[in-house]
Design a protein around this ligand. Structure first.
Ligand code: GDP
Ligand code: MN
Length: 385
């Protein structure tokens, strides 16, 4: 799960990371009011007006502007609040004290699956897309793996500080920020926490001018405060609907909708569809129960993806009985009267014969094995395309 910059900054402030003062606004009038209040409290121009969207590259897209007078705040906010940045409509702007940028540093931490531990990345080439730096000049990034049992050590912090050439006046602040970022990352179960740019100001202060935090969805159960920050409007619509239906669904780009019981079998199903030259439209695990209601929900969800032209049911009856799944499918098809997407089905395991009998006479195309089912689904999908 992703959160907005202003939310990430609020979290990081609690961990001692210095950020510019500011507040969010959803209308141009509110933006002006926020700016006036800030100025009354001692903020100076320029102020920055920043679009709050969950995609990166807002600066390049024109979603970040400087206001040099109070009169400029309202029209800038009005302009930014209308913007569509990479498909996301701006609903809020963050008004912040502008910072006197002398240098822009990149500082981030991610979970590195290959190393099986968190890894810091630091670069003096901050402010720009770090993926670009990694691709064209990887030597400009220092990677520092942190052994979680030892924690972040002072020498690692110093190694990063030297690599990005922190001025000695800023050393203490920088160390505090790196440690705060690490602590926040660990305690909040992040998959990524990033400050880009971390700014060195003319007065040699070190300030987080941007912040990004992504969280491990599977850990949100222990962070209700963070789960609450979810911005529903910015999820893929089908995934949002799936979460509401409690279906374990990931949207992909292919044409073959897969409905499977069990996550391992669902992974295997996507592999075998690909093996026979097809492209799965999704990962979907309908779970062990697979009652009529779940099957109906799953079918509805999958056909609401306009790309899907074939459905492949792959059910293994271990705990679940195949006849119950067949019943679910028949009820689901009755619930969806103008159905015309072909369905290939492989049912094996407990009560499979009974299930096959029940499906005789329906329009379902049955397959005896997983390979046969995948092959048929791919053929039908390719013919329809
Ligand atoms: P992103 O493009 O979505 O990553 O948004 P950032 O918050 O990183 O801002 C992009 C760029 O805008 C930064 O790298 C800076 O160059 C510039 N910027 C952001 N805040 C300020 C500010 O307070 N003052 C000035 N002069 N530039 C800023
Ligand atoms: Mn940034």
């Amino acid at each position: 799960m992703k959160i907005h910059e202003y939310q990430a900054k609020a979290i990081l402030r609690n961990y001692g990371v210095r950020t510019p003062n500011g507040d969010v606004a959803a209308t141009p009038a509110k933006a002006e009011a926020v700016a006036k209040k800030m100025v009354a409290k001692g903020a100076t121009f320029p102020l920055v007006v920043k679009s709050q969207v969950l995609v990166g590259g807002r600066g390049k897209a024109g979603g970040i502007k400087l206001a040099h007078t109070i009169e400029e705040v309202r029209p800038l906010a009005k302009q930014i609040l209308k913007m569509n940045i990479k498909g996301e409509i701006v609903k809020q702007v963050l008004i912040e004290q502008g910072v006197d940028i002398q240098r822009e540093i990149y500082l981030g931490i991610i979970v590195d699956r290959a190393r099986k531990m968190p890894v810091f990345m630091a670069s003096a080439a901050g402010g720009v897309d770090i993926e670009e730096v990694a691709a064209s000049t990887p030597e400009k990034i220092l990677f520092v793996p942190v052994e979680p049992l030892l924690g972040l050590t002072d020498y690692q912090v110093r190694e990063m500080a030297y690599f990005v050439d922190i001025p000695k006046e800023g050393m203490k602040d920088f160390a505090g920020i790196v440690k705060g970022l690490y602590k926040a990352f660990m305690e909040k179960d992040c998959s990524l926490a990033e400050i880009n740019p971390l700014v060195i100001t003319g007065a040699k202060e070190v300030i987080a001018a941007d912040a990004k935090m992504n969280f491990d969805d599977n850990a949100l159960g222990r962070h209700p405060d963070i789960a609450e920050m979810r911005d529903e409007a910015e999820e893929a619509p089908l995934e949002r609907e799936a979460r509401r239906l409690k279906l374990n669904y990931v949207k992909l780009d292919g044409k073959i909708g897969c409905i499977v019981n069990g996550a391992g079998l669902a992974m295997g199903t996507m592999d075998i569809v690909k093996h026979f030259g097809g492209e799965p439209a999704n990962f979907l695990d309908i779970g062990g129960g697979a009652k009529a209601e779940q099957v109906t929900d799953a079918l509805r969800l999958i056909v609401s993806d306009p790309k899907v032209n074939t459905i492949f049911f792959n059910i293994f009856g271990g705990i679940v009985r195949c006849d119950l799944v067949a019943e679910g499918i028949l009820i689901a098809l009755k619930n969806l009267p103008d159905w015309n997407t072909p369905i290939v089905i492989r049912l094996s395991g407990t009560n499979e014969e009974k299930a096959r009998d029940m499906l005789k006479g329906s329009s379902l195309i049955s397959a005896a094995t997983m390979s046969e089912g995948a092959k048929k689904a791919v053929e039908i999908s390719n013919r329809a395309a």
